[in-house]
Design a protein. Sequence first.
Lengths: 407, 972, 86
Amino acid sequence: MFGRVKPLWGEKSSLKSNYDAVIIGGGLHGLAAAYFLARDHNMRNVAVLEKRFIGFGGSGRNTAIVRANQRTQENVPLYKEALALWPVLTKDLDYNLMFFNCGNLNLMHSEAAMNAARMNVATAQFHGVESHLIDAKQCKELVPALNILADITYPIFGAMYHPPGGILRHDAIVWGLAKGAAEHGVHVHQQTEVTGIGVENGKIVSVETDKGQIKTPRVLNAAGGYSAALSYQMLGIKLPISVLTIQAMVTQPLKPLLNHVVSSGAYHAYANQTLKGEIATGAHMDSWPNYTTQTTAYYIKHQAEALAEMLPCLRGVKFMRHWGGLADMTPDMAPIMDGNDSIEGYFMDCGWGYFGFKSCAASGKYMAQFMASGNCPNMLKPFSLRRFEQHRLMGETAAVVNYTPDN
Amino acid sequence: MKRLEKLSTLRINPAKTLHFKYKNKNLKGLSGDTVATALYASGIRIFGRSLKYHRPRGLYSLDGESSNTCMQVNGIPNVCAETTLLADGMEVKAQNVAGSPETDLKGFMDKLDWAMPAGFYYRTLHKPARIWPIALKQVRKAAGLGKISAEFQMPGKYDEIYPKADVCVIGGGPAGMSAALAAAENGLRVILLETRPWLGGFFDYRTAQNGAGLSLSQSVRQAAEQLEQNSNVRIFTQTPVVGVYNNNLVTAFQKGCETDYFDERYLEIRATSVVVATGCSERPLLFENNERPGVMQIGCAHRLAQTYGLLPGKQAVFSIGHDLGLEAALDLFDLGLEVLCVADIREDGQDPALIEGLQQRNIPFLRGWVATRAHGNKTLHKVTLATIPGTLRKDFSCDLLVASAGMTPLTGPLSLAQAKLAFEPYTGFFIPRQLPAKIQVAGRLLGLNHPATIEASGRLAGTLAAGDCGVSVESRLKEAREKLNQLPGPDQGSKLVTAPVQGRKTFICFDEDTTVKNVKQALAKGFDATELIKRFTAAGTGPGQGGIPGHNLPLFVAQYHGDIKATAMPTTVRAPLVPTYIATYAGSNHDMCKRTPVHDSQKAAGGVIRRIGVWKRARYFSKDFSCRAEIENVRKNVGLLDASTLGKFRLWGPDALNALQRVYASDMSRITNGKVKYSAMCNDDACIIDDGVVVKRAENDYYFTTSTARAGATVEWIRYHTRYDGWNFHMVNLTDAFGVINMAGPNARKVLAKVTDADVSDDAFPYAAYREFMIKDTIPVRSMRLGFVGELSFELHVPSSYMQALWDLLTEAGKEFGIRHFGLEAQNVLRMEKAHLIIGSESEQRTTLHDVGLGFLWSRDKSEEKTVGAVALRQTENQEARLKLVGFKMEDPSRVPKDGSIIVDNRIRGYVCIARHSFALQEPVGLALVDAPLAGEGTRLQIYEDECNGQHLYATVVPTPFYDPEGKRIRM
Amino acid sequence: MALTLTCPVCGKRNGYEFRYGGEEKGPRPDEAGITPRSWCEYVHMNQCVAGIQKEWWCHKDGCGVWFTTHRDTTCNLEVDKPEAQS
């Protein structure tokens, strides 16, 4: 009925002994970089190495929310571009990424929070990104399920409303990018573990894997939660990263109820309805580093308590699945995109924390440009690793973060 | 339907009728019925429609593994009819139906499966791009089963408990009961959790003999009575386990019965040892139309009759792979069911007594045969059986097909506890190969089948659990092991993965309408790992999660790869094991916040209370949020502010000074007695994290304040940064022990003088001084002359218990001087006019002490002290291109820029931290963090407000403070 | 996951009573001779061990003590005798 079915990301190819670039990590960032390297920079002899299967890590564990209402001017343009790329990629990859442009409401629970949000809104508007401050009544009009009573733990004063945001189908992006990369000649090697990185005279020369050695002048570390450990163990480069477990969960599927992404810093929760009808919700991180993706009883309960107040009709809905993923957190909640610094040919795209999903298309595009040309694009310059030793934290988070011991 | 009566196994009360509503009809059930059995008794066979294809769905297992019997009950969506007890007056509705479950207008969807291969969304609906938004709406509408309105209010009461136990036994069947008893006999506190309303598991409904002259049902009910008498065992029935976490934390929820004060109750149990004795469910048989109403599993048919007195059909065919199927066929035959044929997947291995029973009853028995197709549009009316290779076929007209491929162990709790499971070819089960510490396993989920073996394995597990708890159990263990070894071991499990089928409607997952064909499509696309197939086909991601496909999917995939033994890996199981209401998880309200000692007074005085961090505080004292009256009164007369939330600490001991030197930027050795020292704390990036004052009350004895937000972390912070030093000092957090009143304004001294005999004149108690004295000879006060709001002011620290008295005293004494309360917003404006900063308002995570203009606080001459932040303060001292804090005034004084507005030229150059109309200066002023090159006095700032449509505001950088720059008023 | 930690004062307690205090990196270095990079190394950089690591914790909701323990970051369990396993 469908003719001969071809595997989506190409027939299984065997590992070659030479690649022009090796990308560690078959998640969204690695696959996006591979795709853009092959498509835009004619670098097709590229291998993506994935220890498990593509999309195993954060790429398949997020709640697929996208937005471009970040706090600083270093970040907004990157996310704005990422947001604009979804329809483009849907077309270019010929794969429906299922972008649901539902808009995001970021609830504010005090006068001070409203003022803080104004800075994000003004920054967004200044960059041509639609974003508005709205009051509690307007919130209720957009999301009738919201509780705007004044006597709850965190009464709603208003929200930052960001219409261009929304949700996508995360797996579709993983598969679409893998498909697109493969069509341009990239090899996606699953179940292939990197065991070492060869450096000679300050230059990358090879990557060791459990399936054999690869000679290559370029390596991109896009290993998500494992990027910092990999960097230290294989190259002795420590990163300012703490690997934390972030949790999310979904309810049983319902007919349409929520037409927007709703999030609240004070309740430490966000919620949106997936295209399957589940209410996806999450946000919590335990503050201790670990490599498990185990969930906690503490958190599913906390989440229920938050939702029961914020969106009280959900009290009658059942949680059915709770999962965890790894987030590689930096002290300033902004990523590290860097390369050719102490080791020529070594590139990093990590420290994304929980922003890795919404940024992947843009970061892939610019990291590809960086790797192909050897020169850091202006867009990525603020994200250098060196900012930490210069005490120039990024300002993506206004408050002192409380999960690192140094604050 | 007429019920079977006089069965000793019944769990319904024929004497107690319950009424409920379904499809606008008044129906009846009996006490003890579930919603599902009551509907079945009323002749209902189709309970709802499936998600994608709108196929009719009915009773399948009675344990609610799938969405087949998810219904709306009393307005609550997705209620599992199979596991919810019927209550009088319930209103029940079918879900996902357009029309009625029997005649669903969307039933035609079932014919459109060819258009919906696995992952079809990804390849369609996006070309051309403009159709996607339209298609999206349809996709959303089609998705989801239950409906809930935005106004829905969940009825019922919810609670939570946190019991502790030595041993927590999961599963109240024969193995779990034996384990609980064995542990209890060792003197341990046992908690036993059972999902069903009664103990006994799969013995409860069986009339088979136990070998000692009793039926299994009789013997297990006797054992249950015995267990209920045991005071060491706390039994929770109707309590499904939802989570198992490491270090043996078990979560569950209990459904209340009529006499309970709760509808549902969340349980979080910390146990020393956990015994998992969850038993088995049945592995669904894969054949064409395997979910047609009329097709049900062995236990479902058997329990309908024995537990609920409902004969599941008239004419039945059995297609089974386990002796329980043979037993059920005999039993149901004896109860009046016409059994046309029993097909057993297994060629051999059956209990000969059961075969003999079939022969005695002339029931045709086919070895190596299996159902390949169920016929019938809405409900079953014919079955095709075939040999396993599919070479021979036979049809039977019937209304019931009891179908089951074999057993599947309920390993959910083990998976959640991080046990390592592996495929075991003899039983065909995923069996625990490596158990986490202090977790024991017993019963059927190990593949055991023989009643005595199951009980013996329970005893062994209970004894092992007692050993986990430190009880000496060697001899008992030996005995339990020996007993178990003498009994029959596991039975061989049926190997069949799927019946020989050709069609397109063999469902591997009912919830998502995922067929075997869909799985094949995914495999052909290169999705070769089970987890990827799950994601691509959605199998196992619906309301019932892995309940239906959990065992078959990995077996099918492994078979595709050619080697079940090597490649079968269980799919990931996630909490909650049973879908659980958010209301249940939420339990009761847990909000905790602190109120100051004069909270009620302020509220009574018209204070508008806001939650700020952990505190509730008065933000305004009038409806005028500009706070003009409050502000002007402080400038003109005197105001009272409740500042009790300030962090307050005593730090003392021989190394107290060392500790202060470590964390404060300034040289703390230069504190003089009777004086307050203002300083700041930084982190190791030189960023300011706190400011406050320190006083020295005695040698090596200091009292200091922190900002409200920082109070909670201060002790930790100081201990953290001195953790290697072995210093001898003590700290105590006095934040809650002391209340603070800031009395500020030109009349402040007059008010204070009225209530104390102490000399509070400027000579005796000058600015920046610290004094301790008594008010009204009773209230001990620690007082500081500070100037945060820019007026003569006394900060009065008193024991919390005296706060109310002092507050009232001052309010009364101040009447003649025009005293009134002021709140946080008034303070905010007052301090802004003085350009005094609030951390978090004029600073953010990346703002250094230098950036906010407080670099002078840093003493560069104490590197021996290893002051936190000192290295970075040195490194950032002359750094360029940082944000600097400046004051500004507006070019157009009629307009106050909103807080959070940004400062721009062709890019963003900073932002407005705060701006207010100053009543004292009669124009707007504000503070902003701006790029260093813009920080010079006289620089023009272009302000971009949200929604400004290109209309910028302009301001000029001016020196600060704005108000009383010489500081005369604070020194009055 | 349900972390428990053994406080030297209070014994084995629920992990949520504690605050994580980072990888063990040794005492604060002398200020003399410190460079921005070496300082950053001490302050921000982590090894991110996937396995047993020595780390600091504060029993913040209990006795307040800071202590070190060994924890296996791959399973979130405290390790009794790390020497024997690492």
